[in-house]
Write a protein that binds this ligand. Structure first.
Ligand code: CAA
Ligand code: NAI
Length: 700
């Protein structure tokens, strides 16, 4: 095995190269290697200075996040940075790729940062619920000024090379060979007194107006600081750069880092980081599987979903043909697409040129025959199984060789596959509304889906900037199947005594942006009503609202009233009367229901359904379910997803509450699932489960 940090002398200069694939994270061996290199170069008579470099595509992607929560192994990163800063010879970072978090902090311990054109610098700790813990909050303000450092650290966004130089975060973008440019900088600095390093520089802190500019930047973050502990900590730490000597500022930064690291919110965000990446590791996919190229996509149906899906392809630069049954339907779809892009242009998030380029990639056609020549077809017609089967049967010969995907929300993909002569090419690609915005893509692997077709759907999903999660066939797949449990309980809570406002408040206080009833009003109650009528299902309160014409915001009334097109609903006494009438009719004596019960009755049944989904192997990992909820339904990231949340609460409590609610309401669907009971009895969590479905392969 190669050393994590190699050391060599080239042209009279020491070069320390970090090689810790895949991203050169700062694992203990890398920290030790960097420390040794700094000490060795300081003593090495052959070295006029030291250049730090990264092997592969990353310079250093930061701390090894998988080490957090484990006992610390010396040397600490702060020690490494201090050793670089104490080196009596010039030290230059040659940054060819990402320098993130601790990676940038290492570079801040150097005399200069020379960039390759693909370099990206950033302090993304905030996204993990942390602050930079190895001097980033103290040295960045000393380098670029506190007013510029604060928004950079609080956003966590990567700064591209040219911008980094402009901000003063780096010295230059190398023209030509990066290592040569770094060597040149070492020679410039060598043999004369070194310029002041960041541990002694205070000029940016004492500059006129620096404090006022910083306080204005802090003020702009006040709202976030109230909600997110790491933002408050970042403001405090950066402010300390004015008020404390470096040593003391670093000490306080460390305290804040440890406090945040041990906070359940940061643990949840770190879980999300790995869960999202784990989802790309697909069980049972042979290593040699290669996705097919998709150079032409076809979308069937120019409705709500079809138009959103077509825009996703165009936004990713993939030519797409959208097919309707008639010219009028196509025209409606075109208008929807044009309006969506027009809104983006008006908001300034899209230039007119980019809009035109995207529109040029979207072609319209009438009739299924136009699917000829497609590499991938995504079907998004009405939610009717017979119609979908008929379409798949025809696509089989119209688009030979194409991967055939359905965007169905609930229907049986196996049945669609069986309508073709090549079920291995059929799967589900379930987008979420609005499809051009939402990041989740449930890739539904049917019984006979081939590894190649699956890999193709996942690879396309990633190209579309989605987060693909592979799931199995069942009614509603992972997301909607769990959602239906919540919807059921929300309806029952109304019947038992809660108001729509109380139910929605329980969920917004839990961290969702919207509760189920505000959401239902926004989406329209008529869709679900139609489905219930077709399937013989009932939801007495929702049905009564629809019968009264209260089908949601578009009618100006639903669970709430929306006088004169108001966007925020207001409680409506008519709804209360209607709900009380339903309770009477069902013979239910209404009672006061605590917010705690409401929250638990909405969330725990979803977790219970998640447990059944794991039992059945519909999802391979609890983390996959979390990713579905994070990116498909805006589950609050700091709660890590439903299954992580369950582990954080403790499974014994969840099993006990579900059993109690089942007894109390007589609703047997609330009875804890076998897997939940088993893990609770073992004192284990969902996080302890091994992935189902065999060895995993990371999708290309
Ligand atoms: N620690 C441990 N593993 C990491 C890692 C890190 N910092 N960053 C990435 N990885 C792993 C991923 O889990 C993934 O593993 P698998 O191959 O097993 O799935 C692999 O590296 C590749 O990652 P991506 O799939 O994300 O690859 P990418 O090319 O799309 O992106 C990246 C690369 C831009 C570096 C991205 O991974 C990233 O943003 N990483 C996180 C960077 C970060 O947050 N750094 C700050 C850490 S906190 C810190 O540094 C605190 C401090 O002050 C000391
Ligand atoms: P929609 O009713 O808005 O659009 C369906 C479109 O398909 C209509 O424009 C219709 O004219 C067209 N169509 C019907 N038969 C066709 C055919 N034979 N060939 C070509 N086009 C045809 O419906 P929506 O909401 O876009 O849903 C489409 C599919 O996506 C459904 O299966 C639905 O369950 C699923 N879905 C819907 C979501 C949503 O939030 N609306 C979310 C995720 C999936």
């Amino acid at each position: 095995m190669p050393e994590a940090v190699s050391y060599r002398i080239q042209d009279g200069i020491a070069v320390a190269t970090v090689e810790n694939p895949p991203v050169n994270a700062l694992s203990a061996t890398v920290r030790a290697g960097l420390l040794a290199a700094a000490e060795r170069a300081a003593q090495d008579p052959e070295a006029a200075g030291l250049v730090l470099a990264g092997a592969g595509s990353a310079f250093i992607a930061g701390a090894d996040i998988s080490e957090f929560g484990k006992p610390p192994v010396p040397p600490a990163l702060a020690e490494v940075v201090a050793a670089l800063e104490a080196c009596p010879k010039p030290v230059v970072a040659a940054i060819q790729g990402v320098a993130l978090g601790g990676g940038l902090e290492v570079a801040l311990g150097c005399d200069a940062r020379i960039l390759g054109p693909k370099a990206q610098l950033g302090l993304p700790e905030v996204k993990l619920g942390l602050l930079p813990g190895a001097g980033g909050t103290q040295r960045t303000p000393r380098l670029i000024g506190p007013a510029a450092a604060l928004p950079m650290i609080a956003s966590g966004d990567k700064v591209p090379a040219a911008k980094a130089v402009e901000m003063g975060l780096a010295d230059a973008v190398a023209e030509g060979d990066l290592l040569r440019a770094a060597f040149a900088r070492v020679r410039e600095l060598a043999g004369k007194p070194l310029p002041a390093r960041l541990n002694t520089r205070t000029d940016r802190l004492t500059a006129p107006g620096a404090r006022e500019a910083f306080e204005a930047a802090a003020q702009a973050l006040a709202k976030r600081a109230a909600d997110e502990p790491q933002i408050a900590a970042i403001i405090e730490a950066v402010r300390n750069s004015f008020d404390m000597p470096l040593e003391q500022g670093l000490k306080r930064e460390r305290e804040l880092f440890v406090m945040l690291r041990d906070d359940p919110r940061s643990k949840a965000l770190r879980h999300v980081f790995f869960a999202e990446r784990q989802a790309a590791h697909i069980p049972g996919l042979p290593k040699e599987t290669r996705p097919r190229a998709v150079n032409q996509a076809v979308v069937l149906g120019a409705g709500t979903m079809g138009t959103g899906i077509a825009m996703s392809f165009a936004n990713a630069g993939i030519p797409v043909r959208i097919i309707e049954t008639d010219a009028a339907g196509l025209e409606r779809g075109r208008k929807r697409i044009a309006d969506t892009y027009a809104t983006s242009v008006k908001r300034g998030s899209l230039t007119p040129e980019a809009r035109d380029a995207r529109l040029a990639l979207i072609e319209g056609a009438v009739g299924l025959e136009a699917a000829a020549g497609a590499d991938l077809v995504v079907e998004a017609v009405f939610e009717e199984l017979e119609l979908k089967k008929e379409i798949f049967g025809k696509l089989d010969s119209i688009a030979p060789g194409a991967v055939l995907a359905s965007n169905t929300s609930y229907l049986d993909i196996n049945a669609m596959a069986a309508a073709t002569s090549r079920p291995q090419d059929v799967l589900g690609m379930h987008f979420f509304s609005p499809a051009n915005v939402m990041k989740l893509l449930e890739v539904v692997r049917a019984e006979k889906t081939s590894p190649e077709a699956l890999a193709t759907a996942v690879a396309v999903g990633r190209k579309l900037a989605k987060v693909p999660v592979v799931v199995g066939v069942c009614h509603g797949f992972v997301g909607n199947r769990m959602l239906s449990r919540r919807t059921q309980q929300a309806e029952r809570l109304l019947q038992e005594g809660a108001t729509p406002g109380q139910v929605d408040k329980a969920l917004t206080e839990f961290g969702f942006r919207m509760g189920p009833f505000a959401m239902a009003d926004l989406a329209g109650l008529d869709i679900g009503w139609r489905v219930r009528k077709a399937t013989g299902a009932t939801a007495p309160v929702a049905d009564a609202l629809c019968e009264a014409g209260r089908i949601g915001q578009k009618a100006g009334r639903g669970y709430y009233a929306y006088p004169e097109g108001a966007r925020a609903g207001q409680p409506d006494p008519e709804v209360q009367t209607l709900i009380e009438g339903v309770s009477r009719k069902l013979g239910i004596t209404r009672r006061d229901i605590s917010q705690e019960e409401i929250t638990e009755r909405l969330i725990y049944p979803m977790i219970n359904e998640g447990a059944r989904i794991l039992e059945e192997g519909i999802a391979a990992r609890p983390g996959d379910i979390d990713v579905v909820w994070l990116y498909g339904y805006n589950w609050p990231a700091w709660r890590g997803g439903p299954m992580h949340h369950a582990d954080a609460v403790g499974l014994p409590r969840i099993a006990e509450r579900l059993a109690a609610y089942a007894d109390q309401t007589g609703d047997e669907s609330l009875r804890p699932a076998a897997l939940l009971r088993q893990l609770a009895a073992e004192g284990a969590g969902f996080g302890s489960l091994k992935p189902r479905g065999g060895n995993t392969t990371k999708a290309a």
